[in-house]
Design a protein around this ligand. Structure first.
Ligand SMILES: NC(=O)c1ccc[n+]([C@@H]2O[C@H](COP(=O)([O-])OP(=O)(O)OC[C@H]3O[C@@H](n4cnc5c(N)ncnc54)[C@H](OP(=O)(O)O)[C@@H]3O)[C@@H](O)[C@H]2O)c1
Length: 423
């Protein structure tokens, strides 16, 4: 029986694209797991002159040596160029190969085409490493939460911004020093703007929303920003209120059955699971029907943690594992809704840059200090359709439990504040 089972395992011959932080990590990890019986036949890189810690005969700059080789049945794509990555991944699927990728930008930007290619070719495209690196979040959303009971998912999905925030707030490093350190340690994207301004986090959120709720949305259609505007004064307010500041990706099922989703800086209470997530670690809190809260925690970046997720995907290919996209194809997919309100903290230099009249109500304002701030409630669409809240040195941070969906309570509160002459 055992022998028969083993015979059904697919023999894996790998063509690897990329030999950077993740690619080299995978090469080393595979050498330490001979039991997997997966061997790298060829590695395609971009710059042939670089010194590599692997035999020279393995390397090529000709992608067709891998994509056109019928013996190679698995392409692992870990390069840092999303357009070239899409070309490689789509050709590989069309050429009868299964694919493992870590390129979140490529996956987020090309998800509809990639869904189509998986269906038309019948081949697997696995990308566990692309979100939260070492945490098996995608496979859990696909397999374990294969039901309609997922109430919310809240996560820290970007290791380098979390690393930078930890270094600034816990070790009082300057922003630039913290970013440099993240880059030196291999946590940051080659282009730091991708991390710092929230692009990387929203890219990951795009396809995590597909696995969690069957939502297929372009990253540009999701409300997001990064940590670029967070000021030292914000950290002081956070400390006063006993909060931490985190870049949080959140999605919540509303009473109307739709889902609201965003990636924004957020104050988190000290006893929130996400407050525990420091440095390059990632964390995911899932709230579901009967299980209540579950917390996943692990390294969200770095050579070996990311390679470990790639390795796990490669291992899954031995059993012809595929994502079924159950929430998309087997359940009625959820729709995104912007019809909610958010409770926000906004700090700024000049009142003139803040359209106060567009807030539903303002609960606190501190106008005396050099750096002013308010806490108030504002329509989601006001943020979605305008950019004043991230311009002119304005910093917006969500308060804990920021989503307000009950219209009646909202109206009543506004009315009472109006009557009191406050707004
Ligand atoms: N680093 C992490 O912690 C992490 C975590 C999760 C996901 N990822 C994702 O994994 C991917 C790789 O990241 P990384 O940090 O390993 O990047 P990296 O260290 O910058 O390495 C990139 C590699 O890609 C190669 N390359 C670039 N364009 C190519 C092309 N057209 N054809 C063949 N090779 C090409 C480069 O070749 P040369 O060596 O010749 O320059 C290099 O080996 C990215 O999509 C990233 O978003 C990274």
């Amino acid at each position: 029986m055992k022998l028969k089972e083993m015979e059904t395992h697919k023999q894996l011959t790998i063509g690897l694209f990329g030999f950077g932080v993740v690619g080299e990590g995978l090469y080393k990890v595979l050498q330490q797991t001979p039991s997997l019986k997966a061997g790298i036949k060829k590695i395609c890189i971009k710059h042939p002159g670089k010194k590599r810690n692997a035999p020279e005969s393995l390397f090529t700059t000709d992608k067709n040596e891998l994509l056109g080789d019928p013996e190679i049945n698995v392409i692992v794509e870990v390069i840092d160029d999303s357009e070239a990555a899409f070309e490689i991944v789509s050709t590989a699927l069309q050429n009868n190969k299964d694919v493992v990728s870590a390129s979140k930008k490529m996956i987020a930007e090309h998800l509809p085409e990639l869904l189509g290619l998986q269906q038309s070719t019948g081949h697997s495209l696995l990308y566990e490493a692309a979100a939260c690196a070492s945490i098996p979040v995608i496979r859990n959303l696909e397999e374990y939460y294969d039901n309609d009971l997922l109430h919310s998912i809240k996560a820290i999905v970007n290791g380098s911004t979390n690393f930078i925030l930890s270094k600034i707030f816990d070790e009082q490093l300057e922003f630039k020093q913290a970013l440099l350190l993240a880059q030196q340690l291999g946590f940051a994207e080659s282009d730091p703007k991708l991390d710092v301004e929230g692009y990387d986090a929203v890219n990951k959120w795009t396809f995590l929303l597909t696995h969690a709720y069957g939502i297929t949305e372009e990253p540009g259609n999701i409300l997001f920003t990064g940590i670029q505007n967070i000021q030292l004064e914000d950290a002081e307010v956070a400390k006063e209120k006993n909060y931490e500041i985190k870049l949080v990706a959140e999605a919540k099922k509303l009473k109307n059955g739709k889902v609201t989703a965003f990636v924004l800086p957020q104050f988190v209470k000290k006893d929130d699971h996400l407050a525990f997530v420091k440095n390059e670690y990632n964390g995911v809190v899932i709230e579901s029907g009967f299980a209540d809260k579950q917390f996943f925690y692990g390294k969200g970046a770095g050579s070996f943690p990311t390679a470990s997720a790639v390795l796990s995907d490669i291992a899954a290919l031995r059993y012809q594992y595929k994502y079924e996209y159950k929430k998309l194809y087997h359940h009625p997919p959820h729709k995104l809704s912007n019809d909610v309100f958010l409770r926000v903290y906004v700090s700024f230099d000049d009142w003139d840059n803040i359209p106060r009249e567009r807030f539903e109500w303002i609960e606190e304002w501190h106008a005396q200090e050099e750096r002013k701030y308010l806490i108030g409630v504002i329509a989601f669409n006001e943020l979605k359709n305008n950019t004043w809240w991230k311009e002119n040195n304005t910093s917006l941070i969500l308060t804990p439990e920021p989503i307000i969906e009950d219209i009646e309570i909202r109206k009543l509160k506004k009315k009472s504040l109006e009557l009191a002459g406050i707004i």
